[in-house]
Design a protein around this ligand. Structure first.
Ligand code: ATP
Ligand code: MG
Length: 268
């Protein structure tokens, strides 16, 4: 019912975010979408168990977006229902002094998922070509090389058994205003409001340009980007869950062969 390929950024294509959907207005109804999402959640539980049982490969999902686009709630909706033992979420904040004393991939690589598990990155090494580029935290000569590094790094993970999918949750500047205002209007959500986010909001166009470069240059066969119309939240959940389930299904996970003859064993 949903063709996830429509949202995958084809390698070599030039992304224009102003022409990329921020909300869904296709034929799937919200009711059908929510029902399909529930079924996918069940399927994901089984596939996650198979991934763990096989114990030889892993999955890495990466989430990037402007502030208040819904990264946290996407992660909660899609991965919340499954066995927490098999999933590890890592949120990458501004680097600590220890992290800054290493190359930018150091903190990323050590949080890559181990065999049998699903890794979820809330922000990632892409910050090193997004905020770093937009705010000039490193000179162009430094961040310009990182697109190639990132493609090579992700290829290493892929070649060693980590299947990678990346999601950009796309929203408009107007929608961000609504979501930020909602945080201000609700005292229970004030903790989520960071006045510094307004400075990033002021750099909206520069961020869109930096995202276009990252999505265009780093959507590869080994680690594709998906542009998610994130303002339609039920569709956002459905699309992300669909991609994750399809990814796990394509892995053709195999349960290990038992080392015993189950029928011959009698438990006294
Ligand atoms: P929330 O939705 O709760 O606001 P968040 O992911 O925005 O979550 P924050 O602590 O508000 O978390 O923000 C993290 C900040 O760290 C972001 O502004 C992000 O751009 C910044 N950051 C992440 N990685 C890097 C990096 N490598 N260099 C510089 N800044 C970074
Ligand atoms: Mg924030």
């Amino acid at each position: 019912m949903l063709n996830t390929d429509d949202y995958r950024i084809k390698p070599g294509s030039k992304v224009k975010l102003a022409r990329t959907a921020t909300s869904y207005d296709g034929p799937i109804s919200r009711k059908d979408g929510e029902r399909a999402f529930k079924r996918l959640t069940k399927r994901l539980e089984d596939l996650q168990e198979a991934l763990y049982a096989e114990g030889k490969r892993s999955v890495l999902t990466i989430f990037q977006a402007m502030d208040a686009a819904g990264k946290d709630s996407t992660v909660r909706n899609v991965f919340g229902p499954i066995n927490p033992a098999g999933v590890r979420v890592t949120s990458f904040k501004a680097p600590s002094s220890l992290e800054l004393a290493h190359d930018y991939l150091w903190r990323i690589h050590r949080n890559a998922p181990s065999d049998g598990t699903i890794g979820v990155f809330n922000r990632s090494h892409y910050e090193d070509v997004l905020i770093v580029r937009v705010k000039g935290l490193a000179p162009k000569a430094v961040w310009e090389k990182r697109y190639d590094h990132i493609n090579a790094f992700e290829q290493v993970l892929a070649d060693e058994g980590t299947v990678i999918v990346k999601f950009f949750l796309h929203i408009s500047k107007d929608y961000q205003k609504v979501r930020l205002q909602r945080r201000l209007d609700n005292p229970d959500k004030h903790w989520k409001f960071n006045p510094a986010d307004l400075a990033e909001r002021g750099l909206w166009d520069d961020y869109q340009e930096a995202y276009e470069a990252a999505l265009s240059r780093c959507s590869t066969a080994a680690a594709p980007w998906y542009a998610v119309p994130a303002q339609t939240r039920w569709f956002r959940n459905l699309l992300v869950a669909s991609v994750v389930v399809e990814t796990l299904e394509a892995m053709k996970l195999k349960l290990p062969e038992p080392t015993f003859d189950a029928e011959a064993i009698v438990i006294e």
